[in-house]
Design a protein around this ligand. Structure first.
Ligand code: HEM
Length: 487
């Protein structure tokens, strides 16, 4: 047999092997006899998402609407990886809350030895996550958030100054990114205003070597990814954030007694001490898990209020009333009184859910009660939160932005697990209260003295960026802003 023939047979052998392996992977749900979405060869069910034609939330909404009511869950494939798509709210409650012990993992890739900042709560699973969670949770207690309030208020006054007096066209997305980056720099890292420029550059560039394919490989074959020393983030940014924390901790430990100004102080004072690397990973968690959803929530909220001026006026009237009662100085008590503003925020999180889905991995086999269905150990699960938020049997005319849905009486009438922008249960957002506080403070600064309207550059209707997993507008949100002279 000559060389050419050997090459030909070897290639054919490889192709045949790949074909059999792909077919085997994509036969998982059929073999288990579970209702599933028919996969495409190699692509599974996400070809339109990978080709940038659909945002993942649109795909999940389509599948949810097509299959809801037929089974508590169905099978689907992310490329070759089988996923359980959860359709039933009772099952959502089992997974997130009542039987959360079976689903403590999220199943994301991390490699703490090579990339220490990947040892954050969002990416960790198993014993390491459990321990770190227990050590970190006290830092996010309400009493600490009250102490950090003055720091957040200071940053919000800078935001208000940026809005200026007069009327101008404004890139809202950029402005809000600056605000949230500054807030995180100060309350997470204890940075001062002078040190912001490199920090904000790094918050924009740490994803620079991200690609969907590499991320998928890390998710599907984590052992191989560790073997080939896969990195999720840019090394330059990781080194920067790591050294920054070391520097800040050194300075902080030299000072004797100081008022509480940042989470670094809180993480450094936990009962069971965190190592410096763990503290750095926790601080990085603010950027990784918090920055984009904070940006998106505020930008979508202003966008909706610009389209409905009567709602905007009502929010502003409430803000002015609270500010008058607290003599112009927002307090924790004042924040609690912003009930309509909170309704508007919740409606924003419902209609434009920053994390459109939640992920879990079954760490033990789970039998659904009164049913023949089983979720196998190791199964990956996706909970389509944004689709639940747009279910017309739960939210009438779900496409409409209507804060009345979040009046307390209306909320009580809805089934549990029907509003999950921060997730729920053991692995729900650890910073939910902090995020809500930061968003409300931001809205007060934005709306107290300024009015927003669509401009010629405003993209209506809203389009989402299909290349991002966090829900973001496809192009920056631009609005016209006008200072309202006090009368
Ligand atoms: C509008 C803002 C935010 C939204 C909508 C949001 C939403 C979420 C969601 C949906 C999850 C997953 C929950 C689950 O799987 O059940 C999560 C987890 C998490 N979030 Fe947030 N988040 C926000 C802001 C923040 C901020 C500012 C931080 C800063 C520390 C943060 C830190 C985390 C962490 C560390 C986790 C992982 C918790 C764990 O697995 O133990 N988030 N967040």
């Amino acid at each position: 047999m000559d060389l050419l023939q050997r090459c030909l047979w070897s290639s054919l052998g490889v192709v045949a092997l790949v074909y059999v392996l792909v077919k085997f992977s994509l036969g998982y749900w059929k073999r288990r006899g579970i209702l599933h979405v028919k996969p495409k060869f190699l692509w599974g069910n996400i070809s339109e998402v990978l080709r940038g034609k659909k945002h993942v939330q649109q795909l999940l909404l389509f599948l949810y609407e097509s299959y809801k009511g037929r089974a508590p869950f169905i099978g689907c494939y992310v490329l070759l990886k089988p996923f359980v798509l959860v359709l039933d709210l009772e099952l959502v409650r089992n997974i997130l809350d009542s039987d959360a012990g079976y689903f403590t993992s999220r199943g994301l890739y991390n490699n703490v030895a090579r990339e220490p900042l990947s040892g954050n709560l969002f990416q960790l699973d198993g014993h390491k996550w459990r321990q770190l969670h227990a050590q970190s949770a006290p830092a996010f207690a309400a009493s600490n958030l009250h102490k950090l309030l003055p720091q957040l208020l200071k940053t919000s006054r800078t935001l208000q100054l940026e809005l200026g007096v007069g009327k101008q066209d404004l890139n809202v997305s950029q402005l809000l990114d600056c605000y949230n980056v500054e807030s995180i720099a100060k309350i997470a890292y204890g940075l001062s205003s002078e040190d912001l420029s490199e920090f904000s550059l790094m918050t924009r560039s740490y994803w620079s070597n991200w690609s969907l394919w590499r991320a998928y490989l890390a998710l599907e074959l984590p052992l191989l990814a560790r073997l080939v020393r896969h990195r999720s983030y840019s090394q330059l940014a990781m080194d920067y954030f790591h050294k920054l924390v070391e520097k800040q901790l050194q300075q902080q430990r030299k000072r004797d007694r100081q008022p509480l100004q940042s989470f670094l102080q809180l993480f450094d004072a936990t009962d069971e001490a965190l190592t410096d690397a763990q503290i750095a990973a926790q601080a990085f968690g603010f950027i990784l898990a918090g920055l984009q959803p904070l940006n998106a929530s505020l930008a979508f909220c202003l966008y909706e209020l610009a389209l409905q001026p009567e709602l905007q006026d009502r929010v502003r009237a409430e803000i002015k009333q609270v500010m008058k009662a607290t003599e112009g100085q927002l307090t924790a008590e004042g924040l609690k009184q912003l009930s309509y503003t909170k309704q508007v925020l919740n409606e924003t999180l419902r209609l434009h859910t920053p994390y459109p889905f939640l992920l879990r991995r079954a760490t033990r086999e789970f039998e659904l009660s009164n049913s023949i269905f089983v979720i196998a150990r190791g199964n990956n699960l996706v909970i389509p939160v944004a689709a639940i938020h747009r279910d017309p049997t739960i939210y009438v005319k779900p496409e409409r932005f209507d804060p009345e849905r979040f009046r307390p009486e209306a909320v009580l009438k809805r089934p549990g697990m029907s509003f999950l922008p921060f997730g729920e249960g053991l692995r729900g957002c650890i910073a939910k209260q902090l995020a809500e506080q930061q968003l409300l403070i931001g809205l007060v600064a934005l709306l107290e003295h300024h009015k927003y309207e669509p401009s010629a550059d405003t993209q209506i209707p809203m389009r989402y960026d299909p290349g991002k997993l966090v829900l973001m507008p496809k192009t920056d949100i631009k609005l016209s802003v006008q200072w309202l002279e006090p009368h």
